[in-house]
Design a protein. Structure first.
Length: 401
């Protein structure tokens, strides 16, 4: 049975991020609900019966809409129902009479869809790319009047200097149009099935042992806690966004448990920590013991490190690996485990929490119930030993001799 509460501003503001989406009915305004998602998105909606079926209409995001405003809007829609009118039908009628522009809808998309569906780091990337659209005259066109040639013309201009970004923008715009379709603003996605404007060449992310040593040495020149964060990436192979948010409370008995809310595929992930990683944590404990985050930063509003571009540029300059990216550290772990250490693909996938490598799909997941803790522990210990040998001064001296 759905939970019911007398909602207050403080209750809504302080409600914790759940592991799965929850809905709480308001005792004050019947039919109004608070929705909270695993991304932390909080919104109000109105659920009602009309023409023999249950449906609901979103009122707005908490923060943009106050609790009092949400109750008032729900009350107005209840009056519509008492007059025999469907709030959703009236909404669509209003949209037909007052067409929205692409730019106006993108702003709605940024404030609703992105915060409801995506993690903060991904939201930032989407918003940055969508700002390119807002800066173009296409954003002033009525959403329902936009045709495929309009979008292709915009993307062709972008592709001249930024071909890869044009492809990313096309994918994001397709999501915008799909959402607008669901919202009743348009009757079809104008770029559905449209081919990409440019062919992307896959990067060669293979690194030699000498490259890895150079990267490790360059990381060792970084300040703390940046240095330890980047080393943790190369030791564990985890994602930057998940590692930067590591909390002391996530670590228990040599195990780092990444919460469901922080993982890309929305499942909790256990990472056995080898001694090499534990030594980093011991170092961080002496620096950031008073913070909830392992890699804490007083300069970042998030409370943890979240800006890495300058560090990446310094590593590029130091190593002369001009195409190096921080995500390559994850590739290094995967390829070295498989190619040099003989770790099985599925185990590497479980270590990285990568669905493709770990065969975590709808069919195989029915038959593989193990969380691979033992296999992951062995793999990470094996890799840490190899990395220690690879980067130690003793190894370097031996090879020189």
């Amino acid at each position: 049975m759905a939970e019911k509460k007398t909602l207050t501003h403080t209750f809504v503001k302080d409600y914790p991020v759940p592991e799965k989406r929850i809905e709480i009915y308001d005792n004050v305004q019947s039919g109004m609900i608070l929705r909270v998602t695993p991304t932390g998105h909080k919104s109000f909606a109105f659920r009602y019966w009309y023409d023999g079926r249950s449906t609901q209409r979103t009122i707005g995001k908490f923060g943009d809409v106050s609790l009092g405003e949400a109750r008032k809007k729900a009350g107005e829609w209840k009056e519509m129902l008492s007059d025999g009118l469907d709030p959703i039908t009236e909404k669509k009628k209003n949209k037909r009479e007052n067409p929205i522009t692409l730019g106006e809808y993108i702003e709605e998309f940024k404030n609703d869809y992105l915060e409801r569906k995506l993690k903060a780091s991904t939201q930032k990337t989407y918003k940055s790319r969508l700002n390119k659209v807002l800066d173009d005259r296409i954003s002033d066109k009525s959403l329902r009047d936009i045709k495929r040639p309009d979008v292709r013309s915009f993307l062709k201009t972008e592709a001249k200097d930024h071909p890869t970004n044009a492809n990313r923008l096309q994918a994001i715009l397709s999501k915008v149009f799909n959402e607008a379709l669901d919202d009743g603003h348009i009757t079809e996605n104008p770029i559905k099935g449209m081919d990409k404007l440019t062919d992307e060449k896959s990067r060669d992310v293979r690194y030699t042992d000498d490259d890895i040593k150079a990267i490790w040495n360059a990381i060792s020149e970084e300040w703390e806690p940046m240095q330890s964060l980047l080393k943790m990436l190369l030791i564990t192979g985890q994602r930057l966004g998940e590692t930067s948010k590591m909390k002391w409370s996530d670590i228990n008995n040599r195990m780092w448990i990444i919460p469901q809310a922080d993982t890309k595929n929305k499942t909790p992930h256990k990472v056995p920590l080898p001694n090499m990683a534990l030594n980093l944590l011991k170092k961080m404990k002496s620096i950031n013991d008073d913070s909830e985050y392992v890699f804490a930063s007083q300069r970042d509003k998030t409370g943890h490190l979240s800006h890495f571009m300058n560090a990446m540029e310094r590593i590029r300059d130091e190593t002369m690996l001009n195409d190096f990216r921080l995500h390559d550290l994850r590739h290094i772990v995967a390829t070295k485990m498989i190619d040099d250490l003989g770790v099985e693909f599925i185990t590497v996938g479980k270590v990285l929490n990568h669905k493709g490598l770990s065969a975590s799909n709808a069919i195989t997941s029915r038959y593989i119930n193990s969380d691979f803790t033992e296999q992951k522990t062995n793999a990470l210990n094996l890799w840490a030993g190899h990395l220690t040998e690879l980067t130690s001064n003793l190894t370097l001296q031996k090879r020189v001799l």
